[in-house]
Design a protein around this ligand. Structure first.
Ligand SMILES: [Zn+2]
Length: 325
């Protein structure tokens, strides 16, 4: 949740406020005490006025902007120019530099590849960037994860009086499946979500409307070698691949697709290609950010893998989320 400024700022003050508003990651209230002595653990300790000077904010705006600052960690908004705050600018800057660099190197090539694959989907390896993607996936240097004692979910909207069994919530068979993010049309793979709410968000057009849902829970005892493309913003700092940084940061792999009946889904061609590369490199699946929810999804290439166990029968429940403010 983004903190909301309690004061309305205008013009130049607002402009300067934008520069620094995300920098207060912690304040003195977040720090532990040792007998009334603050032990500054979280964030780089700085006086607010020094931070404003470092960002070349003219003094006439200082007091006004200080009064509008909110601590990202605890929501404290009681600051003056002599308050100490904990910043994480170094990390922020490093990530920013990395993303700009990734875009400089690859953004245009990614756009070219997306156009190329639309015209020649089966000749995509003629494109140098496609070859680089395959090479990186095969090199084994991208992050991977193991699923151990792992619960996951699939859901379907209740459409009629039929009582579903586990098999009805399973993966569609070969020849039945429609094209998906990580499967070609007709290919049978197993998509699951890491949380119940994420699996519900995946099937609903509007998550904020109540709905009647079938849900099936699964348990995976152990399944290793999952290509891990789930990332949040802070994760880019330790993410080694500049190419995949560019792909992920530009939402190339996570674009929302319309649910219309068109058989032409060019936005899935690149992710279909990545799935082929991952399969050929002996990955068992791919973990990726949901385009609709904060949790992630996983595609498993073998829907009949013995490690996947349905837990009990599917359940019906009323999805009734709290409406957004
Ligand atoms: Zn705080």
């Amino acid at each position: 949740m983004h903190p909301v400024s309690k004061h309305q700022l205008f013009g130049k003050a607002k402009h300067h406020y934008q520069d620094v508003k995300d920098l207060i990651r912690y304040c003195s209230l977040d720090q532990p005490y040792d007998r009334s002595e603050v032990i500054w653990l979280y964030g780089q300790k700085r006086k607010l006025v020094d931070l404003f000077r470092a960002y070349n904010i003219p003094e006439i705006y200082h007091a006004e902007i200080a009064a509008s600052m909110v601590c990202k960690s605890c929501g404290n908004h009681d600051f003056d120019l002599n308050s100490y705050v904990g910043t994480e600018e170094e990390k922020y800057n490093q990530i920013h530099v990395k993303l700009v660099e990734a875009d400089r190197k690859f953004k245009k090539k990614i756009i070219d590849l997306q156009e190329y694959i639309k015209v020649y989907p089966s000749l995509v390896l003629d494109n140098p960037l496609a070859r680089k993607i395959q090479k990186e996936i095969e090199s084994g240097t991208l992050p991977k994860c193991d699923l151990k004692d792992f619960d996951c979910f699939r859901s379907r909207i209740v459409g009629d009086a039929k009582v579903f069994k586990s098999v009805d919530l399973g993966a569609p068979d070969i020849g039945i499946a429609r094209i998906g993010r990580y499967n070609h049309p007709g290919q049978s793979v197993f998509y699951v979500s890491e949380s119940r709410d994420c699996s519900v968000a995946e099937i609903l057009d509007d998550y904020h409307q109540p709905a009647l849902i079938w849900i099936q829970k699964y348990h995976i005892d152990g399944l290793s070698n999952i290509l891990d493309l789930k990332i949040d913003w802070g994760g880019y700092l330790d993410f080694d691949s500049i190419l995949f940084t560019a792909l992920l940061n530009n939402n190339v792999l996570e674009r929302r697709m319309s649910k219309d009946n068109s058989t032409w889904k060019p936005g899935y061609l690149l992710t279909n290609f990545i799935a082929d590369c991952a399969k050929k490199a002996n990955y068992n699946g791919i973990r990726y950010n949901s385009s609709k929810f904060k949790d992630s999804n996983i595609v498993l290439f073998d829907p009949k893998h013995k490690a996947i166990q349905a837990i009990d029968k599917p359940d019906v429940f009323i999805h009734d989320p709290i409406p957004p403010l």
